[in-house]
Design a protein around this ligand. Structure first.
Ligand code: AG3
Length: 279
């Protein structure tokens, strides 16, 4: 008997994995959570039917959501991750020696619990002494701060369900206020192939809330819709292109995808993407 799992990306397109074992399926207060062991991509974390990560390619997503901002900032000490209860972003953040405190604000305690149990290579750093986990809605949490964080990373699910508010202007405004005068906000911004209109909206909203530097970058995540993914980079002071390389001439953290050459390359967008966010 062959058991397959399919995530439908549209009504007509999907990605299927042959499942070796179903390790966990359950429902938390917020969503349906599943962990599946697959033949090709290792374990999958699936939330409400959407693949959040696979053990085989999660390093690409997590290195790309963290290192461009952390290498652009001169000395990030206080970093906040909103969402990302699997711990992948935190694992990359704590590789930077300058980090004093990394806060993970995750709405769903069960995501953290399940990741700790079934995805140790992703969640390992959640136990570090300089990591603090807060179980709260990120929108509410970030609104309590002003001039505090060096970097905020929004490692959200798709803009449906509990994550919807993480794509709104009021949330971006609160992030702006919560950041120091040289702070940086990075948000995962979906697939340029499927969600270009959303990307356009994010671009306008971030500019409207007064970030002087708003850029997008992209990467290849084989198991996400279309395989091409993007992130919004909104910065109060440091330009990710001009700044990189001057202060940090070499990589001081161990990575498998990100490098200084990759950093320079990913902000050079394909024409259709560049066109969508120009102006
Ligand atoms: N956050 C972004 C996942 C989006 C994937 N979407 C989908 N499969 N439809 C990932 C969280 C990992 N820390």
């Amino acid at each position: 008997m062959h058991l397959w799992y399919t995530e439908y990306h549209t009504e007509n397109v999907g990605i299927s994995f042959k499942v070796r074992e179903t390790l966990f399926v359950g429902r938390s207060k917020y969503q349906e959570i599943a962990v599946l062991d697959t033949f090709e991509f290792g374990r999958l974390l699936v939330l409400d039917g959407l693949v959040m990560l696979t053990e085989r390619d999660e390093f690409i997503y997590h290195e790309l959501i963290v290192h461009p901002a952390l290498f652009t900032h001169k000395c990030p000490q206080n970093v906040l991750v909103i969402g990302g209860g699997d711990g992948g972003s935190i694992r990359e953040i704590v590789k930077h020696d300058c980090i004093k405190e990394a806060i993970l604000c995750e709405i769903d305690p069960q995501v953290v619990e399940i990741s700790k149990k079934y995805l140790p290579s992703v969640s390992s750093a959640l136990e570090y002494p300089n990591v603090k986990i807060i179980y709260e809605d990120g929108i509410k949490f970030v609104s309590k701060f002003s001039n505090y964080f060096d970097v905020i990373i929004v490692d959200s699910t798709d803009p449906i369900g509990p994550a919807k508010g993480l794509f709104e202007s009021s949330f971006y405004r609160d992030c702006f206020r919560a950041l120091k005068e040289d702070g940086i906000l990075v948000c995962q911004s979906e697939s340029p192939i499927y969600h270009l209109d959303l990307i356009k909206e994010i671009n306008l909203k971030l500019k409207e809330v007064d970030f002087p530097i708003v850029k997008f970058y992209y990467g290849i995540i084989p198991t996400y819709p279309s395989g091409m993914w993007s992130w919004a980079f909104a910065s109060k002071k440091f330009d990710p292109i001009k700044y990189i390389g001057k202060e940090r001439e070499q990589l001081t953290v161990k990575t498998k995808y990100y490098s200084l050459d990759i950093h320079k390359g990913i902000f050079n967008l394909p024409l259709f993407f560049k066109e969508a966010i120009k102006g």
